[in-house]
Design a protein around this ligand. Structure first.
Ligand SMILES: NC(=O)c1ccc[n+]([C@@H]2O[C@H](COP(=O)([O-])OP(=O)(O)OC[C@H]3O[C@@H](n4cnc5c(N)ncnc54)[C@H](OP(=O)(O)O)[C@@H]3O)[C@@H](O)[C@H]2O)c1
Length: 353
């Protein structure tokens, strides 16, 4: 997955800062060429790649962080979009009195979509001041909320995954005609920065669902816990799924070496691009328990954000103790997986870094 930011002003730099925090490579382009971006790359580190505008416009996910009035000029030189994603961070403003620009009642993101046929537009990163956007999204007070909206659900989910990876709390407001109007300049969300109060946690007491020392409700059988776990995966709620693993979980993904610990398992999945590059949709075809060991058969679907799908039959076991998954074991055909992955990589557009 290749990312690019067009615009290196206040918003472009704030977004570049989030990429740099994650060590995630991103091309950055402006009107003045790569040399003008070297100081930013020196400040933020090697994940910031100064680029020509024409290169950056070929990325799989392109942030538009330019004045609304500059959008047409920027998009004019873009290669075919082929379902690639544009994240619209712009605000359409009438600067004569700093009021919302008169767009004849049309959502500003729809106007941008017209200038980028074949692109999937997601509106986000535009409702708060750049200085606030640039802050570390997750601090002691909680996670900063980033709203998004778009007319293609897979694109929304891909962008939500990236937002989550940055550490913000994504909230999907649905189609542009609905969420876009709330987000765009003059909409109800303009200039607001919201913090999602912590209530999630690694265990039921942490979530305030039960008190410390109390046993989880007897209703949660190992099969029900496993079903909840797979439902999280199937709806691309990666953090929620990973949160059901014991801190010292053993993950035995059989063709690969064992991984110990929830944090390491999360790193493995994030490293592979789960929730960002690949969206997950797993179907459980059989599930039953022998004691606290849940046997399951699944078909794991991984949809690549740039197109293409991996469909993988998997058999596995989950060991459930005290409401947590302590052992997660999966068996699958690694050669089948590699073959499908190679086919996806082969169909991605080649862009220079
Ligand atoms: N600032 C905020 O707090 C804020 C908050 C929410 C949303 N927004 C929205 O975010 C967008 C960006 O705002 P900003 O404050 O970051 O603006 P900015 O500081 O003025 O930066 C604009 C950037 O766009 C680049 N640009 C302009 N025309 C271009 C073109 N034709 N091709 C390539 N790059 C071009 C500029 O390149 P050069 O550097 O070469 O001039 C510059 O890097 C705007 O739509 C704004 O309304 C801003």
């Amino acid at each position: 997955m290749k990312y690019a930011i067009i615009g290196s002003g206040a918003i472009g730099t704030a977004i570049a800062r989030q990429f740099a925090r994650q060590g995630l490579p991103v091309q950055v382009a402006n009107t003045r060429g790569p040399a003008s971006l070297q100081a930013l790359a020196d400040e933020l580190g090697p994940s910031i790649i100064p680029a020509q505008l024409s290169d950056a416009l070929g990325a799989d996910m392109v942030f538009l962080a330019v004045p609304f009035d500059a959008v047409n000029a920027v998009l004019k030189g873009a290669p075919a979009w082929n379902q690639r994603i544009i994240i619209d961070t712009t605000n359409a403003i009438d600067f004569s009195d700093f009021s919302p620009a008169d767009l004849g009642g049309r959502p500003s993101t729809h106007l941008i979509a017209e200038a980028a046929p074949g692109a999937r537009l997601v509106k986000s990163f535009n409702t708060m001041f750049a200085k606030v956007l640039a802050r570390k999204p997750d601090d002691a007070s909680g996670r900063r909320v980033l709203y998004l909206s778009g007319d293609d659900q897979a694109a929304n989910t891909a962008v939500a995954g990236l937002i989550e990876r940055f550490g913000y709390a994504p909230i999907d407001l649905g189609p542009i005609a609905q969420g876009g109007l709330l987000q765009q300049f003059g909409g109800a969300l303009t200039t607001h920065s919201m913090i999602l109060q912590r209530q999630g946690g690694a265990s039921l007491p942490e979530m305030d669902i039960i008190s410390e020392g109390e046993q989880p409700a007897a209703a949660a059988t190992p099969v029900q816990i496993a079903e909840t776990f797979f439902a999280h995966w199937s709806n691309n709620r990666i953090d929620a799924a990973l949160g059901m693993l014991a801190k010292d979980v053993l993950y035995d993904n059989v063709p690969f070496p064992d991984i110990t610990g929830r944090a390491e398992v999360a790193k493995f999945h994030r490293g592979f691009g789960i929730g960002t590059e690949f969206l997950v949709d797993w179907t459980v075809t059989n599930i039953s328990a022998a004691g606290n060991v849940v046997l399951n058969e699944r078909v794991d679907i991984f949809k690549h954000a740039g197109g293409g799908v991996i469909s993988l039959p998997v058999m596995g076991t989950l060991t459930v103790e005290n409401g947590e998954i302590t052992v997660w074991r999966d068996y699958f055909d690694a050669a089948d997986f590699d073959r499908q992955l190679a086919a996806i990589k082969a169909r991605q557009p080649q862009t220079s870094a």
